[in-house]
Design a protein around this ligand. Structure first.
Ligand SMILES: Nc1ncnc2c1ncn2[C@@H]1O[C@H](COP(=O)(O)OP(=O)(O)OP(=O)(O)O)[C@@H](O)[C@H]1O
Length: 250
């Protein structure tokens, strides 16, 4: 579903990603963890074209982007890749002047030219899935952070993506609100969505992920199934990271 080869990204003199190789299969739940500044968000943003890599190749659902392509081909590839991926951000990014329902129906109606009645039916079913159908006519400012993030997930799902990318989806939330967002993500995982999740929620990583990828200093230091990674981290870098999080090997 996703293949990344020798991916590099620099911002001027700062080399943030230094040759990343990843393969992710359909229905995999991959959690990306690592210290602050290690390049996790940048990697996720490269995967759906929010950042342009400086080196390497990305293949998502059969669509390839590579550094050697012409500007037009790159644009075309990014458009295709964006159609396959949905992204959820730390800070929700809902449109404040639109109701919850309008937030969810807008993209299918404009980008996919979906008829309004169909977009409304889809939005209602997605709002029901995230437990917020009764808030359909409310504006985002009237919602809690957790509710706003659940609407953001529904809005992303309305484009019917094959892959969901989550960039620290609970980091801006009060601890008592993270559970409701993680529950929606768990449900999505159960339904077979392919997901890459950047998070500091180790409990989610332990319980839901098929694979943990540990990044530090712009490279993948190690990866493995959660049980193995948390019980027996292979590198000193990962051991130190887990110690700092108070996530000692089991
Ligand atoms: N647009 C940008 N311009 C310049 N530097 C950037 C830009 N975006 C990110 N960086 C730098 O790239 C490095 C990696 O940032 P990134 O956000 O990918 O890290 P992260 O692992 O997601 O960290 P965190 O867990 O704190 O969110 C940081 O040093 C950051 O300052």
């Amino acid at each position: 579903m996703i293949e990344v080869n020798s991916l590099g990204k620099r911002f001027d003199d700062l080399e943030v990603l230094k040759g990343i190789d990843i393969q992710i299969g359909a229905k995999e739940i991959v959690v990306l963890i690592g210290p602050s500044g290690s390049g996790k968000s940048t990697l996720l943003r490269c995967l759906n074209g929010l950042e342009e890599p400086t080196e390497g190749t990305i293949r998502v659902g059969g669509i390839e982007w590579n550094q050697a392509m012409s500007a037009n081909m790159k644009k075309e590839a990014i458009r295709g890749i964006r159609n396959l991926t949905g992204m959820v951000f730390q800070s929700f990014h809902l449109f404040p002047h639109m109701t919850v329902l309008e937030n969810v129906t807008m993209a299918p109606m404009t980008a996919k030219k979906m008829p309004k009645e169909q977009a409304v039916r889809l939005a209602e079913s997605l709002l029901s899935k995230v437990g917020l159908l009764e808030k359909r006519d409310v504006y985002p400012s009237k919602l809690s952070g957790g509710q706003q993030q659940r609407v953001a997930i529904a809005r992303s799902l309305a484009m019917q993506p094959q892959i969901m990318l989550f960039d620290e989806p609970t980091s801006a939330l009060d601890p008592e609100l993270t559970g409701e967002v993680l529950a929606v993500m768990k449900q999505l995982a159960k339904e077979g969505m392919t997901m890459i999740v950047v998070t500091h929620e180790m409990k989610f990583a332990r319980e839901v992920a098929n694979r943990v990828i540990f990044m530090a200093d712009g490279i993948i230091q190690e990866e493995g199934v959660p049980k193995q990674f948390f019980a027996q981290p292979q590198t000193e870098r990962a051991r130190k990271f887990l110690r700092q999080l108070d996530q000692q090997p089991d």
